[in-house]
Design a binder for this molecule. Structure first.
Ligand code: NAD
Length: 472
């Protein structure tokens, strides 16, 4: 019977995931621990370090009841029946595999902490379940087993530890919804009792048919990488079709809808992740596609590696194709012209700009000497300036960004961009006034009626744009 759970890493995953676990399992004590005292202090304050809709209410309901945040890592690890390891695994910035491989330094230090803090478990005769929650390279769980073994963790039936993989699939911006009603919970592990114990925890709120188990640790580990890579590949397929749509006069929205309605493709009408746009972004997609390619390379599979690298290459192409379209439409030069950029986050609903396509588009436009004015409803001015090396201006709203501009680019699908007063924006812009919609959010017909020249990714080209000299 599980009585105490501890999670190492009070970050974006550990905090929300454990808050939901505490909410749904009132009989279990859940402690979230971290080496960062400021992080722990923030979790114990009214200003949580992670912003997700619904998170505050859940933390408020459980904190002080069966949910605690602490920097006393050793004590909580020693007491716990189940230890989740949810530390950061950033991409290596130097050394072997730089830019591709995961940096496992935090993960290894956590593994060693677990081993040191739990040595007494061998003598108590009670096995601890160690749950790999971080996104890690395939076979990392086996490395964890070896570290524990090397610290006297015992083997087979006598093992003081059983390692289980339970990757996290939630999306930023909808983390609480995804944690409360997950599409699936994946648990991989060789020890049946350990897997069952974790299934029983999730079964407090997740229907059992959504809890998938496997005896293969590495299948579970690989599933996380593969899930992100498949999503990135789907978006990229739609983007590749969008280029052809523009060339032949087809509409990528029609094509995606028709493709998505095929149950073999999945997703149903308006199939998720089949929407074409200026390119995918965010902390996971680009990173996990490259990690998958790297894993293929490390295992002597260069063709498979190349396939996945092409997904990243196509994404780069989509962003540069967008910039070329802006420049060629504006008569081959944006030098000295004001261009408004609406949206800087990598997707709506978040303030996260990691790998956001807007960064590359801004760099491209600035590189061609445009004066770029950015507005985003969630991203701070400081962040925008940091991402663009302070080469752009930041506006307080869409109207200020567009005032006096020659062109306007929509780069994040924020709902408010659908309902702007485009007549007012048009009145304040130079002529001809261009709109470049990288997210298919504007009503193209309506904007053309107002007088805009409109480009929307994957849509039939505005007659005005046909026949202009191309730029390479
Ligand atoms: P994060 O950087 O927000 O938090 C990680 C925390 O771990 C930090 O607070 C850090 O201080 C702590 N930590 C590091 N080493 C430690 C140690 N030895 N002992 C105690 N604490 C330690 O990271 P995150 O976003 O929560 O991600 C955690 C893992 O989950 C990563 O592998 C990530 O790839 C994966 N993941 C993230 C998301 C997401 O949307 N953020 C989604 C799914 C999976």
């Amino acid at each position: 019977m599980v009585k105490k759970i501890c999670c190492i890493g009070a970050g974006y995953v550990g905090g929300p995931a454990m808050a939901v676990m505490a909410l749904k399992c009132p009989s279990i004590e859940v402690a979230v621990v971290d080496v960062s005292r400021p992080r722990i202090d923030a979790w114990n304050s009214d200003r949580l370090p992670v912003h997700e809709p619904g998170l505050d209410a859940v933390v408020r309901a459980c904190r002080g009841r069966n949910l605690s945040f602490s920097s006393d890592v050793d004590r909580h690890v020693a007491d716990a029946d189940i230890v989740f390891v949810s530390v950061n695994t950033p991409t290596k910035s130097r050394g072997l595999g730089a830019g591709l491989a995961a940096d496992l330094a935090y993960w290894e230090s956590a593994a060693r902490m677990v081993a040191a803090a739990s040595r007494s478990a061998t003598t108590t005769g009670k096995s601890k379940i160690i749950v790999e929650k971080s996104s890690v390279p395939v076979r990392t769980a086996e490395a964890m087993e070896r570290i524990l073994l090397a610290h006297g963790g015992g083997e087979g039936d006598d093992a003081a530890f059983h390692v289980v993989s339970n990757p996290e699939f939630f999306s930023e911006g909808t983390a609480m919804r995804d944690l409360l009603c997950p599409d699936r919970v994946l648990i991989g592990g060789r020890d049946r009792d350990a897997v069952r114990a974790l299934v029983d925890v999730y079964a407090h709120w997740v229907p059992e048919d959504k809890i998938v188990t496997t005896t293969s640790l590495c299948s579970a580990e690989l599933s996380k990488l593969a899930a992100n890579a498949f999503l990135a590949q789907r978006v990229t397929s739609a983007n590749a079709i969008s280029a052809l749509c523009e060339a032949v006069g087809a509409d990528v929205s029609d094509v995606s809808r028709a493709v998505g309605m095929d149950h073999r493709v999945g997703g149903g009408v308006g199939g998720a992740f089949l929407n074409a746009g200026v390119g995918f972004g965010g902390p996971g997609f680009h990173r996990d596609v490259l990690r998958l390619a790297y894993a293929c390379d490390c295992n002597g599979l260069p063709e498979a590696a190349e396939y996945w690298r092409q997904v990243v290459a196509m994404n780069e192409y989509q962003k540069s194709r967008f910039v070329r379209r802006v420049v060629s439409s504006m008569f081959g030069t944006v030098a000295g012209k004001k261009v408004a950029v609406l949206g800087f986050a990598f997707k709506k609903g978040v303030a996260d700009t990691r790998d956001s396509p807007a960064i590359d588009v801004c760099r491209g436009l600035v590189g061609d000497r445009a004066h770029v004015s950015v507005y985003d409803p969630a991203v701070s001015e400081k962040q925008i300036l940091r991402d663009t090396a302070a080469k752009v201006c930041v506006a307080r709203d869409a109207y200020e960004a567009a005032e006096g501009a020659h062109g306007l680019c929509v780069l994040t699908e924020w709902d408010e961009f659908r309902t702007l007063d485009y007549q007012r924006i048009f009145d304040g812009m130079q002529r001809p006034a261009f709109v470049f919609d990288g997210r298919n959010v504007v009503d193209v017909g309506k904007l053309r009626e107002i007088g805009f020249v409109v480009y929307s990714v994957g849509k039939p080209l505005d007659p005005w744009l046909k026949g202009l000299p191309a730029v390479a």
